[in-house]
Design a binder for this molecule. Structure first.
Ligand SMILES: [Zn+2]
Length: 422
């Protein structure tokens, strides 16, 4: 999707979204039932369940990984096709019929977005609807999935077209220094999204509600007070509208700051486990991870834009574009942004994984309840059908959290160190 190409390079935006929690699985929540059986039988049942669950999670994640790898190849191929068959030139000529430049840009970008939509739709339907249904993770009907897809596509187009207009204004008015202006504009845009995402975007798809569990709320407030963290709003989010997966996030900036717990988390996890999840989120806040991510995002987006400017300057004339401003060169621009962004992906993910481990450490220290942390991770892995041991290369490139097995092992090492020290 064009929005992904233009918006995804800095990790900052990712951080504003609900956190993904990859990981492993466990049979923990079956333990109570298992106690009814003699030791050997229940162990056997647990092992069979574990093997079935692992197989299911592996198969689900294998499909997801194939899709991610396919997408990695598909987008540049589609951009290449636009560039080297005269599709982009034809589109730019048609858009040129509009004599008002902003309208010409919008018309070109509409054609560009529709071209991507044709290829996005079947893939989105398969990964967002069919696959989730197949693995019993989805709570959506075809109708609600379709309406969410349309909403996302329209919203994505509207935000992207504004960014593209701003980009071409930089190209027009700033000449060779366009990338610097685009960089500054992107930083402002990221800050705006960080602040507005929870209040403008999230309510388009989900509803905030009150957390009815007063004991839990009081525990969260007590935790926040202990670390002098300003948590005034704790919301529940009806994630169950679309999925069975559980999640939590610390979202927003300034007045829009809030702790958000999915209803799926509130329903399936006990207070001890939810407290460790919230402590992890508060750890991010205490460590200033939002700003660290924003800083790294700035460095990466600056490098990506500068690199793109160099390619456009040197390669543009060879491809018969009249300049960087030529609308027909847009796929080249998008291709550069995407490929340079890809080069930075493992770096950003490695950075993210270290921040996640630090937030885990904060949660372990703050709650002092390693068993709850471990079971929470295992249950998250289970309900989200996370891969227990992803391929190291895949994890290195794509994972912005350590795998759940690594997080549980980390908690184990922490526990061992504590008991050794004690
Ligand atoms: Zn985190």
């Amino acid at each position: 999707m064009p929005l992904t190409i233009l918006v995804s390079p800095p990790g900052f935006l990712r951080r504003c979204q609900v956190e993904k929690v990859p990981g492993t699985f466990s049979v923990f929540d079956r333990r109570e039932q298992a106690c009814l059986f003699p030791e050997t039988i229940h162990e056997r049942i647990l092992m069979t369940e574990k093997a079935t669950q692992t197989k299911k999670a592996k198969a689900y994640q294998r499909s997801k990984q194939r899709l991610a790898l396919f997408d990695l190849v598909r987008t540049p191929v589609l951009l290449f096709l636009l560039l080297f068959f005269p599709l982009s030139k034809g589109l730019a000529q048609w858009a040129g019929l509009f004599s008002f430049r902003p309208l010409e840009i919008a018309a070109y970008f509409l054609g560009f977005s529709l071209y991507f939509l044709i290829f996005d739709l079947p893939l989105a339907f398969y990964s967002g609807y069919l696959l989730e249904k197949k693995y019993e993770l989805s709570n959506q009907t075809l109708g609600t999935w379709a309406s969410d897809f349309v909403k996302k596509a329209v919203l994505g187009f509207l935000i992207s077209v504004l960014l593209v207009e701003a980009l071409y204004a930089c190209l027009h008015f700033a000449g060779p220094a366009w990338w610097g202006w685009a960089w500054a504009g992107f930083a402002l845009f990221s800050l705006g999204v960080g602040r507005l995402f929870p209040v403008l975007i999230v309510p388009l798809f989900y509803k905030y509600g009150a957390v009815s569990n007063e004991t839990l709320k009081e525990r969260i407030h007590a935790l926040a007070r202990r670390f002098e963290l300003p948590v005034s709003h704790i919301y529940s989010l009806n994630l169950s509208k679309t999925t069975k997966k559980a999640n939590a996030a610390f979202m927003g900036m300034g007045k829009t700051r809030r702790v958000v717990l999915s209803d799926t988390l509130l329903d399936q996890f006990n207070d001890d486990e939810i407290e460790t999840v919230v402590a992890h989120e508060l750890g991010h806040y205490k460590h200033g991870d939002l700003w660290r991510g924003f800083g790294l995002g700035l460095v990466v987006s600056g490098a990506v834009l500068w690199g793109t400017a160099q390619v456009l300057k040197n390669l543009g004339p060879a491809l018969a574009f009249y300049g960087a401003e030529d609308l027909a060169a847009f796929p080249l621009l998008a291709l550069c942004l995407m490929l340079f962004g890809l080069v930075a992906t493992p770096l950003q993910n490695a950075f993210s994984r270290t921040r996640e481990t630090q937030a885990d450490l904060f949660a372990l220290r703050a709650c002092g309840n390693t068993p709850a942390f471990k079971t929470c991770m295992q249950k998250l892995g289970q309900v989200n059908l996370a891969d227990p041991d992803p391929h190291p290369l895949y994890e290195w490139f794509f994972y912005d959290h350590p795998s759940m097995a690594k997080r549980v092992a980390f908690a184990g090492r922490y526990e061992a160190e504590q008991s050794h020290a004690g």
